[in-house]
Ligand binder design. Structure first.
Ligand code: CDP
Length: 137
């Protein structure tokens, strides 16, 4: 059972889907927790920040793209108890953005068909989202 004393960390993540139905995943860089694993881009929600605003900010910072709230489709929640915190992570879906996806903070980026996502090792919070995406897309 999860330790109720653990702090909850809210991270927002996004499945960007291109016109061929491929999903963007990004490899966490050396020096960060879970380095080398492939994640859905996003990041921590700052105190007082709305989740959608955090996702718009993170996608701009990490990938150099601009999305609007109208482009963010409903999400599924991931939840995982790491050793020192409990992660709560909604995953949004986004098919429209402006700007060109650019690797700014990750070790690598990959556009992957939903059926192939399971080939990429992911953090334990992200991995269960793959089946949801495979069914949805
Ligand atoms: O960039 P920053 O260190 O602020 O946040 P982050 O490293 O993106 O996310 C904080 C923590 O959430 C990470 O250390 C991971 O443990 C976890 N995380 C995750 O499990 N899956 C993601 N897609 C993003 C973060």
């Amino acid at each position: 059972m999860t330790d109720p004393a653990l702090p909850t960390v809210l991270v927002v993540a996004c499945a960007l889907v291109d016109i061929d139905g491929r999903v963007l995943i990004a490899q966490r860089p050396q020096g960060k927790a879970l380095a080398g694993l492939w994640e859905f881009p996003g990041g921590k929600v700052e105190p007082g920040e709305r989740p959608e605003a955090a996702l718009i900010r993170e996608l701009d910072e990490e990938l150099g793209i601009q999305v609007t709230e109208a482009c963010l489709a409903p999400f599924v929640f991931a939840s995982h108890a790491y050793d020192s915190f409990h992660l709560l992570m909604p995953l949004y879906l986004c098919r429209r953005w402006s700007g060109v996806v650019t690797q700014r903070e990750h070790a690598a980026l990959a556009w992957v068909k939903p059926s192939k996502l399971a080939d990429y090792p992911m953090p334990p919070a992200d991995a269960p989202l793959v089946a949801w995406l495979r069914d949805l897309l």
